[in-house]
Design a protein around this ligand. Structure first.
Ligand SMILES: NC(=O)c1ccc[n+]([C@@H]2O[C@H](COP(=O)([O-])OP(=O)(O)OC[C@H]3O[C@@H](n4cnc5c(N)ncnc54)[C@H](O)[C@@H]3O)[C@@H](O)[C@H]2O)c1
Length: 373
């Protein structure tokens, strides 16, 4: 294959960075362009190390800025679209989430047509499939079930619309007469070094005498390690660029999980933190049904107050469902069609993530020490 180039949107983020690192190893890749709204100094430093290996261009800009997208897509052979606003707590305004996640994806697809970029890989999420009710049990779910979230909460709703836009764009005619081919990956909850969600859990535990919250006790999920999700993206792009494999993959979506044991979110946090003295809250937790109705009441109060006061409940029905459902998925279709096999075993993923959690705990202790001196 002749020299090619790849644009990674959201490439400064948790998953995006890992994709960029793996891309740097790809054969005949001439340039990686990384588009992100902001690059933190440590991310810039990390990328500067890669620059001796490959031409890496950092583009700081907004996915909603059409001029910026045009510049980013010009001459690219592949787009990997990971940029997104992730928000399950309803902290970010609905309009912002819809704009970035849906409008941003549509703009990017349109720009690909204008710039004649033939391959588009979209990072979707398990949340486009549900869970819709904590009473419903989905174990080892698969693509043929065609599950779809019924929530109107901005994150799952926007990701559902974005994925539909991407898969609907498969087969679009490009300006140069070629064809656009797309596919979407639906990772489970992603853990690993640098995870913003895991950071938030550990950080709040450290501020609470090392006690991890137990809000997700009744969940049973199969989280996936970040290195494996990044690897699935590389395999998807290789497959879509391979004329023999591409016809099977075009317009398809794939669940991405790995060998991480099925467990609750709480147990995962505990496994990753216990070595550093973090422990699970042993206090009573309300039955899920009661929590759900409480969340429902709080949402009504928030709605009634909305004309005069912006009240954000500490939890909502969607969050209670998400964090207390049995919702696991198999990666067999990705294995069959993309040749996906996890790069990292559970033991390796656990070890690497534990070490990172340990570094957060150490940092916290040092900060406390300097404060008391
Ligand atoms: N973290 C998870 O558990 C998880 C699970 C399933 C799917 N995903 C999906 O994976 C993708 C990456 O998520 P992540 O966990 O790396 O999160 P992240 O927040 O670390 O990465 C998202 C990146 O998108 C960038 N971004 C946001 N708005 C932008 C804008 N307007 N213009 C340009 N860039 C913008 C952010 O700056 C960030 O670097 C997302 O699409 C997310 O929906 C994440």
């Amino acid at each position: 294959m002749a020299g090619w180039s790849c644009l990674v949107t959201g490439g400064g983020g948790f998953l995006g960075q890992r994709i960029v690192h793996l891309l740097a190893e790809e054969k005949e890749l001439q340039e990686i362009r990384v588009l992100d709204k902001v690059f933190r100094p440590e991310v810039r430093e990390e990328f500067s190390k890669l620059q001796s290996k490959i031409r890496l261009t950092l583009l700081e800009g907004d996915i909603l800025d059409e001029q910026c997208l045009k510049e980013a897509c010009q001459g690219a052979s592949v787009v990997i679209h990971t940029a997104s606003v992730i928000d399950v707590m309803n902290v970010v305004q609905r309009e912002t989430i819809m704009n970035v996640n849906v409008r941003g994806t549509q703009l990017l697809l349109e720009t690909c047509v204008q710039a004649s970029v033939p391959v588009f890989i979209h990072t979707s999420t398990i949340e486009v499939a549900g869970p819709n009710s904590y009473r419903e049990i989905i174990q080892d779910g698969h693509e043929e079930e065609h599950l779809e979230t019924a929530w109107s909460s901005p994150y799952p709703y926007s990701k559902k619309l974005a994925e539909k836009a991407v898969l609907g764009a498969n087969g679009w005619a490009l300006k140069n007469g070629g064809t656009l081919y797309t596919c979407a990956l639906r990772p489970m909850y992603i853990y690993g070094e640098g995870s913003p969600l895991l950071f938030a859990h550990v950080d709040s535990a450290l501020k609470n005498n090392g006690i991890l919250s137990n809000h997700c006790k009744f969940s049973r999920v199969n989280p996936v390690y970040v290195g494996n999700v990044a690897w699935a993206h590389i395999l998807a792009l290789r497959a879509l660029r391979d004329p023999q494999k591409a016809p099977t993959i075009q317009g398809q979506f794939y669940y991405i999980s790995d060998g991480t044991p099925h467990q609750s979110y709480d147990d995962l946090n505990y496994t990753l933190g216990k070595e550093w003295g973090l422990c699970l809250d042993s206090g009573m937790s309300l039955p899920v049904s009661l929590k759900y109705w409480l969340a429902f009441l709080l949402e009504i109060v928030s709605f009634l107050l909305s004309p005069i006061y912006k009240y954000r409940p500490p939890f909502n029905c969607h969050l209670v469902t998400l964090s207390n459902s049995v919702f696991t998925f198999s990666y067999k279709k990705a294995q069959r069609e993309l040749g996906y096999e996890p790069l990292f075993t559970w033991e390796e993923a656990k070890q690497k993530t534990k070490e990172w959690v340990g570094s957060l705990v150490k940092q916290h202790k040092e900060t406390l020490k300097t404060k008391t001196h």
